[in-house]
Design a protein around this ligand. Structure first.
Ligand code: HEM
Length: 151
């Protein structure tokens, strides 16, 4: 059995794992900006709640989102390496790839905002986090249409 045969054999496992990891990653990418909205809006009224927000954000990022992002990339990467699966002359691998890079950028943008909160910096409005909440939604639409329609 050579490497291609092995990649074909594990393809259904890689895809299942990929979808489970992506669901978990997306759950965090949707929820964390919403948590930031509450964090910012409670800062003046209930300042003693701030360490609890920082703790919740930290756990979501470290225990759910980071491992889920790594597994999404690893399982997706295995499928990219499976011969014949990705037709690079089509549009979809490029629209999906760019959107996935943007999703990874968004993850790190959230991580940096969280580190600012943890060091006491709170310079953005709840409205700006509500608007940023639309970024993963838009990227998800492009990604799902890319992998399903395969234009
Ligand atoms: C993190 C980097 C990612 C890589 C390298 C990657 C790569 C891939 C590849 C190569 C496939 C197989 C396509 C096929 O079977 O023909 C796939 C399937 C899929 N990906 Fe990703 N992906 C990534 C992230 C995501 C994200 C963020 C989402 C959702 C928002 C997603 C949703 C899906 C879905 C739903 C499928 C199954 C499509 C089908 O039934 O064929 N992926 N991915």
């Amino acid at each position: 059995m050579d490497l291609s045969d092995l990649l074909f054999a594990i393809y259904p496992y890689a895809k299942s794992l990929h979808i489970m990891a992506v669901i978990s990653w997306m759950a965090g990418l949707f929820y964390l900006p919403r948590l930031f909205v509450y964090h910012v809006e409670q800062a003046e009224n209930v300042p003693e709640s701030l360490p609890i927000f920082v703790m919740m954000e930290d756990k979501l990022l470290r225990i759910i989102m980071r491992p889920a992002m790594y597994v999404s990339w690893a399982a997706g990467g295995l499928m990219v390496l499976t011969p014949g699966l990705v037709d690079w002359s089509s549009l979809w691998p490029w629209s999906k790839g760019l959107s996935v890079l943007a999703m990874t950028w968004f993850h790190h943008w959230l991580l940096i905002r969280h580190r600012e909160f943890a060091s006491g910096v709170n310079s953005r409005t709840g409205r700006s986090y509500r608007m940023m909440n639309e970024v993963p939604t838009l990227l998800m639409v492009i990604i799902v249409v890319s992998v399903i329609f395969k234009f």
